[in-house]
Design a protein around this ligand. Sequence first.
Ligand code: PMV
Length: 334
Amino acid sequence: MSQTATARAHTNIALVKYWGKRDEALFLPQNGSLSLTLDALFTTTTVHFDPALNADVLVRDDALREGDEAAKVTRFLDLVRQQAGFTHRARVMTRNDVPTAAGLASSASGFAALAAAASRAAGLDLSLTALSALARQGSGSASRSIYGGFAEWRKGEAPDGADSYAVPLVPPEHWDVRMVVTVLSAAPKDRSSREGMRHTVGTSAFYRGWLDTVEADLAAARAAIAQRDLEALGTVAESSALKMHGSMLGATPPFTYWTPATLAVMHAVWDLRRAGVPAWLTIDAGPNVKVLTSPAAQAAVEAALAAVPGVESLIAAGPGPGIRWLEAPVLGAD
Ligand code: PMV
């Protein structure tokens, strides 16, 4: 057993969203989803299994982490230990190359990097498919960060989740699109995606309507990607995101991740489109708006978004790579 391994995974943004689980324990989704992996935002993680440890240790961004965050990592490492057939505890050192003020969820890149590093350190030689299914059990969206470019998470049908994993659609070189992320507020989101999904699935009058449109959205997105049709992809991405957020407004009690600045950015994107600039928005379980555009329009989009009150900063990204293993470990504080 090699005991130590380091891996890097990039975050992804869903263009056809995942919202709602059919099995909470196994992280099985109600619907399929499709995403773009981003070059600018990634997580690097080293896992070292050490027989001398009597508890897992988590160091993230040079600080020891305890509580919920560490408990999630231990729960995930237990899956790896179970597969590998040993009980050694691990030291996990992880670094997020996501601007810290971004308030962006790093769970996708985080659990993808952890799955790759922990499985290799445990001596498991998993296929990318098996790695995707493993990452899924840390955070659903992490299943897609195993692959670069565009990827699709197939929801699967099997009760044990064996067929619920992501598949690569096209590599990053296929199509140079841009995603401009607006960073609106560093305030932590007040409702996790897990909680938000559960509440929506359980109570929303609109949830069924959301589910009914997903298969058609997936087909439209796949076709748009194959044809490199930005307008078609942007249209379906914006529609998917707004239907997902609409399902939250239909919950009892209703809730939203939007802030006034979110809405201001949305209007700025619609103004850009009216002026003939190709720009379409998507929003996840937080206030930040992500804008899909072309390399040629990126500067115009950035200028317009930077001028919106409440926008603190922008991060521009292109298609990024899939999971990879590195030689040098992440060094963390003791
Ligand atoms: O798997 P999680 O907990 O990161 O949830 C992801 C939920 C959304 O970001 C809103 C949609 C998606 O498909 O990534």
